[in-house]
Design a protein around this ligand. Structure first.
Ligand code: C5P
Ligand code: C5P
Ligand code: ZN
Length: 458
């Protein structure tokens, strides 16, 4: 897709499905939108909200944890149903509805649809795991509807960062959005650093990226660490002289190496960040605010802050601090008490399902075994089901691991369901089936690796 000399192009098939979606919106007078509850889903919802508002449409938006065929069957009470960051796995149910349907998704679909307007980057050979998320697709629709919607780009990048599509550099639809945003003076790329920005003591104490065992979450330990290194405690990283900056970065790198953090993770931390002058914010901050809203059941607050509501922003900042403290205390617990390891996976039980995905990612990247897929299990609120989140790494994918396939197939073997992306997937299984599920999954991932190594050696 990328032709460096001529700039990035959006594939014609993807663009034509975007125009079909636009036509459906033009024709509809009463629209229902259902989106996912995570940072990408909330960004997608906020972009659609602005787009529909500006187009003078009557609409209703809801955000949910997961789409089931039962929810779909109950959702044809408008002229048009739009699904964002979900829907590609529910085409059978969506095709049975009596209303028009637009799906704006980036999860790998099993097929395309004649009846539903199905916008998905995978159908144009763009990887929805790395190169376009739900918010990127909604943004593509927004800017192809009205040039003035380019001001929504900071929201789209909140989704892109939330789905971790910035960690290896931008590609696909995301780089197209970046380059167009750059031309319009909306976005800037700034180099990242191993040392988090802001007041040194506060920033290192609250840091989860990088997560520093013994420092993250412990203000006194951070003060002592800085004093012992001869560094000022009341300063920002940006105000340090070059020698001090170098010293602090090296000390943090050494600390990470000594806790077993792979080089790959450190390279991800120093990746470029995307800054938006209009909201004076980096994409990661927008994503962490939306994430805090979504994971605590305040998706509406997330949409409001993304659309510029100052009081929603202030409340979300507080929520983010509380959520950050909970995250740090869970991480400190996990790094001290360890996780259970099988041959190909490592797992832990967690009481707060909202933190599961992020806990898996940080555990695996900073102190767990980087060569094992990581899972968190938590009981559903009604205690009838077990919810599972899993995360992998790019080196694991190179070894043949596909978490979406592994969780989908293994959960089905215990009467559950699951899916997602190769690198990040989830499942829901009946309570009591967890041990069997984990054993089956360990074997399945072993088989995936074996199949890949046989393919490479043959
Ligand atoms: O449903 P959706 O696709 O938006 O969710 C993707 C999830 O996978 C997000 O929680 C995102 O943070 C996670 N992810 C990850 N590592 C990646 C890509 C995605 O943890 N490399
Ligand atoms: O919930 P979590 O953030 O761990 O989900 C990771 C990915 O797996 C997301 O893309 C989510 O949409 C997907 N997922 C799924 N089916 C489930 C649970 C999660 O497709 N039952
Ligand atoms: Zn997404």
């Amino acid at each position: 897709m990328r032709e460096m000399d001529q700039g990035v192009q959006i594939p014609p098939k993807l663009l034509s499905s975007i125009f079909l979606a636009k036509e459906e919106i033009d024709k509809a007078s009463n629209i229902r939108v259902i989106s996912h509850y995570d940072a990408d889903g909330i960004s997608s919802a906020a972009i659609l909200c602005a787009l529909l508002n500006r187009a003078g449409k009557t609409f209703q938006i809801s955000m949910i944890k997961g789409l089931t065929d039962e929810i779909v069957a109950d959702s044809d009470d408008s002229d048009l149903l739009i699904l964002s960051d979900m829907g590609s796995s529910n085409l059978d149910a969506l095709e049975k509805l009596n209303c028009r349907v637009v799906v704006l998704d980036h999860h790998k679909p099993l097929r395309d649809s004649e009846k539903v307007v199905h916008v998905n980057p995978h159908l144009s050979d763009i990887d929805g795991m790395t190169s376009a998320c739900g918010a990127s697709i909604c943004m593509l629709l927004a800017v192809n509807t009205d040039e003035k919607n380019w001001d929504l780009l900071p929201i789209a990048f909140g989704g892109i960062a939330g789905d971790r599509q910035t960690i290896k550099g931008l590609s696909g639809v995301n780089i197209w959005l970046f380059e167009e945003g750059l031309k319009r003076g909306i976005i800037e790329a700034v180099p990242g650093s191993l040392v988090p920005s802001g007041n040194l003591v506060d920033a290192i104490t609250s840091s989860t990226e990088p997560y520093l065992i013994g420092l993250s979450g412990d203000k006194d330990a951070v003060r002592t660490f800085l004093i012992d290194a001869g560094l000022p405690i009341n300063s920002d990283y940006a105000s340090l002289n070059d020698e001090m900056k170098m010293k602090l970065s090296s000390l943090i790198a050494l600390k990470l190496i000594s806790q077993g953090t792979p080089l790959e993770t450190m390279e991800e931390v120093v990746r470029d960040r995307y800054y938006f002058k209009s909201v004076d914010m980096e994409a990661e901050m927008m994503s962490s605010l939306l994430n805090a809203c979504g994971r605590t059941g305040q998706e509406g607050m997330g949409v409001s802050l993304a659309l510029g509501d100052k009081s929603a922003m202030a409340s979300a900042m507080e929520l983010r601090n509380e959520y950050g403290s909970e995250l740090l205390s869970s991480l400190n617990d996990l790094s001290q008490n360890g996780i259970t390891k099988l041959n190909n996976i490592q797992y832990f039980y967690n009481t707060k399902s909202g933190l599961s995905g992020i806990l898996c990612g940080i555990t695996m990247q900073y102190f767990g075994d980087a060569d094992k897929a990581t899972l968190a299990l938590s009981e559903s609120d009604d205690k009838t089901k077990m919810k599972i989140s899993s995360r992998g790494t790019f080196p694991l994918l190179d070894l043949g691991v596909d978490l979406a396939e592994a969780l989908r197939e293994t959960s089905a073997q215990v009467n559950g369901f699951g899916g997602g992306h190769r690198i990040a997937a989830g499942a829901t299984i009946p309570i009591g089936e967890d041990k069997k599920f984990l054993e089956l999954l360990d074997v399945k991932i072993g088989e995936q690796k074996k199949a890949k190594s046989e393919e490479t050696t043959s």
